[in-house]
Design a protein around this ligand. Structure first.
Ligand SMILES: Cc1cc2nc3c(=O)[nH]c(=O)nc-3n(C[C@H](O)[C@H](O)[C@H](O)COP(=O)(O)O)c2cc1C
Length: 287
């Protein structure tokens, strides 16, 4: 130890000087009575410093793991809405095998190839003036104010065969902006599932958007009417299944009319001309 100290002094004279000064200071403080104010303050400061260093190291060291877990969670949400999530599913493997991630230009409905899809953060892009678009109030049905010009979509494939299209959606409920995915079958018209995975509505009321029984009501519903308009909407009081238009209707959430309206609005917006309508039209036409 002594040798090591000498070595440090040999190569880092200035550091050694500081270290010596620190030792003299520390010895003086430690020699003080435990009741002395100077000792109490110094010990408290030293403890704070040690804790701050430990927390900083933990934050920096855990950052890659946090990023991985965030990405894993998103893959899980996508597999869930695609109906590919079962107990014990290897999320990374299932995602890599079955899901193709793409970026779409919402205006043209074309895929964009010059952006790295794995690194693209759509939520960040929506807030970045260089990458977003402000939505005029009269068109902002989903009350989101801004959106990214380019958006991710996820194609579920079996071999070369397209099975479903997963679209990110968001819109304001009663208390919060709800973020989720809507999965459509390959006809770009029939709903497979919805997953509003991030929302701050009241548990038991608007928060019932995550209830599997309510989510199951969406399966098989159609988005567009014969005229090509967005017809899918939530209805208060329940859907009358004997009516021919029931294929466009989903039960609203009991006691949560405002959240239900928010869900209807976000579907109206994202499936409409300002959202994915151009892209979905191209899928229907070109396959
Ligand atoms: C504490 C509290 C929390 C509420 N949370 C929600 C909610 O998350 N979503 C919602 O639509 N309505 C919520 N409501 C109810 C709304 O204020 C409003 O009464 C309701 O949307 C009307 O729905 P109804 O016509 O189906 O009763 C909440 C009310 C209270 C008092």
């Amino acid at each position: 130890m002594l040798n090591a100290e000498k070595k440090t002094c040999k190569y880092n004279e200035q550091l050694c000087k500081y270290y010596e000064q620190f030792r003299v200071y520390a010895d003086r403080i430690l020699a003080l009575s435990n009741d002395s104010l100077e000792k109490t303050v110094n010990v408290a400061l030293a403890l704070c410093l040690v804790c701050a260093v430990l927390v900083s190291i933990a934050t920096v060291a855990l950052r890659p793991l946090q990023g991985y877990n965030k990405a894993l969670d998103m893959k899980k949400n996508i597999l869930d809405v695609a109906g590919l999530l079962e107990e014990g599913t290897d999320i990374d493997q299932a995602f890599a095998e079955r899901i193709e991630s793409k970026i779409v230009d919402l205006k043209t409905g074309d895929y964009v190839d010059n952006i790295n899809v794995d690194e693209y953060d759509q939520r960040k892009a929506a807030k970045d003036p260089a990458q977003n678009e402000l939505i005029p109030v009269e068109k902002d049905i989903a009350s989101i104010r801004q959106k990214a010009k380019y958006t991710k979509v996820f194609l579920v494939k079996k071999g070369d065969q397209l099975q479903s299209i997963i679209l990110p959606i968001n819109g304001y409920g009663l208390w919060s902006t709800m973020y989720g995915f809507l999965a459509l079958e390959a006809d770009a018209q029939t709903v497979q599932s919805i997953n509003l995975y991030d929302q701050g509505e009241t548990p038991g009321l608007g928060g019932e958007v995550v209830n599997p029984n309510w989510r199951a009501l969406w399966k098989g519903k159609k988005v567009y009417s014969d005229k090509g308009e967005v017809a899918l909407t939530l209805v208060k009081g329940g859907v009358d299944s004997s009516r021919p238009d029931s294929v466009y209707k989903v039960d609203g959430l009991a006691g949560a009319t405002l959240t239900s309206r928010g869900v209807s609005n976000l579907i109206q917006y994202w499936m409409g001309a300002e959202g994915f309508a151009t892209y979905l039209n191209k899928i229907r036409t070109n396959g």
